[in-house]
Design a binder for this molecule. Sequence first.
Ligand code: FMN
Length: 438
Amino acid sequence: MADLSLEFCGIKFKHPIIIASLETTNSPEVIRECVDAGAAGMIVKTLTDIEDMARLTENSKYAILNEKNELIKGKVNKNYVFYSRSGYSSTALREWMPYLKELNKYAQDHGSHLIGSAGGKTVQSWVDICRTIEDCGLPMVELNFGCPHPAMMPGVHGGSMIGQEPDVAREVTARVCEAVKIPVVVKLTPDQSRVLDVARAVKEAGAAAVTATNRYTGFSVDIETGQPRLGGPAGIGGVWAKPLSLRWVHRIYTELGMPVTGSNGIYDHRDIVEFIMTGAPLVQVGSVLMLKGIKYLPSMISGLEEFMDKHGYPDIASMTGIASKRSVKDYGDQFRKPRMHSEITRDACKNPSCTICIQTCFYDALAQGVGKVDTLHANCIGCEMCTQTCPFGATGMHTTTEEARQVQSFFQIPPEVFEKGKFEKGFDRGIKLSKVKG
Ligand SMILES: Cc1cc2nc3c(=O)[nH]c(=O)nc-3n(C[C@H](O)[C@H](O)[C@H](O)COP(=O)(O)O)c2cc1C
């Protein structure tokens, strides 16, 4: 059986699935429920001294939408869109303190970990919250530089406002890292283009790891009423966000070589595997548990274990980052790969007049013949679209030989184009991009 345990920032986790900081970690009762369900760790709902962020949680609103942008009634499937507004923990830090100590012990007794999360009003309050978390015995703290809501609250400076400014993120991280000995993890915001700069800044400031990522800010409309949902902008997430989160996991893993925990877009064990293969060996599960209940967690753990056994991965390290390591470095790598072209298996094409393959070929490589679809190999660029739109699985890709490739490329650019001096006459240089047919 696969070994699911791993070490992250010097802490041993029994498996890679921890509970993200959100409503599922907002009370001692629910944290205990997470431990009992087998979570490897729980990040407490962000502890704060920002009153408005605590008040926001007491006024939380949710619009959970399906693929038609309608409110979900009942069954939640993988296409859900979680549109919501909530703040930080509504319970004051001093009230949390005895519970943090007790819950930390409860977690440890069950081979799990209680992790802190901070969101302060001033640089000093970030430091104070993190010190308190450490004093309560928690082994790790996450700095929430990713929350989308403070940016929309007048007078509040926190969350993604810090996470969008590398210098501010660096300063807060450095001050916290000077003040505590436990590993500091920074939760990043994807609501920007400088994610890598922020990750680099907090790494230089002493962060042990980053979390990629918190959620986006969105805007959603109920088209029946013409009203913005939840009255206006709000946080938004769901499995649709996963490839966007993975983009940052991939870049941080490959370019910064920094430990990453994955968040934003996990519904089941398949998503967890994707995060691990991209480079995040420890993952955080959030909104899906709000929608399905904590009892859903064990199915994710067993699903991961079954997947690893079935695919012969002995441990988490053997999966971590394998897809990122195999990724092209840039688009130029694509051009050096063998060329492919599409061919149709006549017997498999059950309805040659359905024409969906022809309609979805934008390179004129497929045409309606008599009682069959004709392939024009010379035009095929090997994009693979027809293999996915054909309902019969009748199209397949084949490697184009080097000889065929020489005459079959979609646009033939005459070799003299590349000779020095040919461009001097500008556009009137007699060069044509000719489409070669066979
Ligand atoms: C209702 C709600 C409340 C959240 N509250 C917090 C929070 O207090 N602190 C924090 O760091 N992240 C918070 N998050 C973000 C989650 O921790 C998590 O990063 C995000 O939901 C993406 O993961 P998911 O796709 O598994 O839901 C919240 C998310 C939701 C939906």
